[in-house]
Design a protein around this ligand. Structure first.
Ligand SMILES: O=P(O)(O)OC[C@H]1O[C@H](O[C@H]2O[C@H](CO)[C@@H](O)[C@H](O)[C@H]2O)[C@H](O)[C@@H](O)[C@@H]1O
Length: 462
């Protein structure tokens, strides 16, 4: 190939390509770097690749090199880099022209741009790269690896490791030894002896099995919730990402159930109260940007759907191939993150979905608001139960767990943050599935019904 290029483009005394097909001594390589206007690395596969770094340092030179080359030391240094996007150093060289080495036209254009680039730009790119290389030296990297190891191993001896999931979803997770199954006896006995209880329940995946086709609540769930709400010592809230229309319709038989819809953007204290808005009025101007992106992924992912709620958009792949759906979700997440980076929204993955919702709205806010409202009304909970299954519920676990020993809970409060399945969580307890959760709630409801029978209790008012 070199021969063909030289025959086509060379002339007597000039060979455009000089092939050095043998190992070079380091000092020889540095000599080439020093005089090269551009360094091109087109590896299709590699680890870090230190050549671009060596090139930058060589182009910066030093006083002795300048003297040897007859250059003034104050003369600005320049370098240009064209690097394959498949080499490890590529993301760290933000001033390099990055190329896909399989795309020959793109490599040709990049080489041309590198050589034709205005001189001040070559200088600025070089300075940027040199600053990076000279501050990220061996000492820096060694220190950073040690810090990472220390951070990773900080709780190592305390934690227990488990393998969870199957196929592409298999992971080894480290769980806190205090993370344990919630015992019915333990919680029932705490429930019996407490006088003011806050109960926060997620819906999908918690009260409602994920695999269920009909997602409306069962008669049994409605009855349990009504029994819990009928105990004046209880304040019960359903905290869901579902729309207020859906929750209102499904739980219309529950007169005294508090509800938080769309991650707590809307809150209603009981059936005959108005829905309150708990955050700044949601601006929906981002929806026309996000929706076409989601549509693109819906078209290419069979079985996926888009749900348009009042304040948020959800792309769901529950009915798609799970592995493909989860890969698509990862791509969609980063796609939406970049197109919505200047919008007041957050993009999050949930169980089988990717959701865009107003910034600052979270189920954690609902937990905070509930505890502070109860405190304002002189109701300090001595029992808090919060059950949820996915990442959005972790915000509630964090709030109630950190409220222990704080002013919004009784000093004797018993706090039960419980997730579904054994998995890394801020919750201290887990139950295996929705059936166990329903059984637990049924147990608590029975205690309330017994005490109601014996003392005609009324419903708590917050
Ligand atoms: O906060 P949650 O009560 O746990 O709600 C989470 C999401 O639940 C719903 O989505 C789920 O069910 C859909 C079918 O009804 C399914 O397509 C989706 O994949 C599941 O995640 C709800 O539609 C979403 O708005 C909630 O965010």
């Amino acid at each position: 190939m070199v021969k063909r290029i030289n025959e086509a483009f060379g002339h007597p005394g000039y060979e455009p390509v000089i092939l050095i097909d043998q190992p070079l001594q380091f000092y020889e390589r540095v000599a080439y770097y020093v005089v090269a206007e551009c360094c091109l690395v087109t590896a299709v596969r590699d680890g870090m690749n230190l050549i671009p770094y060596e090139y930058i340092v060589s182009r910066q030179g030093n006083e002795r090199l300048d003297k040897a080359l007859g250059l003034s030391h104050s003369m600005p240094k320049k370098s240009t880099l064209v690097v394959s996007e498949f080499i490890g150093c590529s993301p760290s060289l933000s001033g390099a022209i990055r190329v896909n080495p399989w795309n020959i036209d793109a490599v040709v254009d990049a080489m041309d741009s590198a050589l034709e680039m205005p001189e001040p730009e070559k200088q600025l790119r070089h300075e940027k790269h040199y600053r990076y290389v000279s501050t990220h030296d061996v000492g820096y990297w060694a220190n950073s690896f040690l810090q990472d190891l220390e951070r990773t191993c900080r709780d190592h001896s305390r934690r227990r490791c488990w393998g969870i999931g199957f196929g592409l979803g298999f992971r080894v997770v480290a769980l806190d030894p205090n993370f344990r199954k919630l015992s019915l006896e333990h919680i029932v006995s705490a429930y019996r002896r407490t006088q003011m209880r806050a109960i926060l329940l997620d819906y999908d995946g918690t009260l409602m099995p994920q695999a269920s086709i009909d997602k409306s609540p069962s008669q049994q769930s409605v009855e349990i919730l009504n029994s819990l709400c009928g105990d004046k010592r209880n304040v019960v809230f359903l905290v869901s990402s579902r729309s207020r229309r859906k929750l209102g319709e499904w739980f219309s038989p529950c007169e005294n159930l508090g509800m938080a819809a769309e991650h707590g953007y809307f809150i209603r204290l009981k059936k005959d109260a108005e829905w309150e808005i708990c955050a700044a009025v949601a601006d929906s101007s981002w929806k026309p940007v996000a929706e076409p992106v989601m549509r693109l992924y819906t078209e290419t992912t069979d079985g996926s759907t888009i749900e348009d709620k009042e304040t948020s958009l959800v792309w769901s792949y529950e009915d798609a191939d799970p592995d493909f759906g989860s890969c698509q979700a990862k791509e969609l997440l980063s796609h939406l993150d970049s197109v919505l980076s200047n919008e007041p929204v957050s993009v999050k993955t949930g169980r089988n979905n990717v959701e865009v919702k107003p910034q600052g709205v979270s189920k954690g806010l609902v937990a905070c608001r509930l505890l502070s409202t109860m405190k304002e009304r002189g109701l300090l909970p001595d029992f808090v139960l919060c059950i949820g299954d996915d990442r959005s519920d972790e915000d509630m676990f964090k709030v109630i767990t950190s409220a222990v020993d704080g002013p919004s809970l009784s000093p004797l409060a018993e706090v039960f943050a419980c997730t579904v399945c054994r998995k890394p969580s801020k919750a201290k307890y887990y139950l295996d599935d929705t059936a166990e959760i329903v059984r637990l709630l049924q147990g608590l409801a029975s205690v309330s019904e017994q005490s109601l029978g014996s003392s005609a209790e009324e419903t708590a008012v917050i």
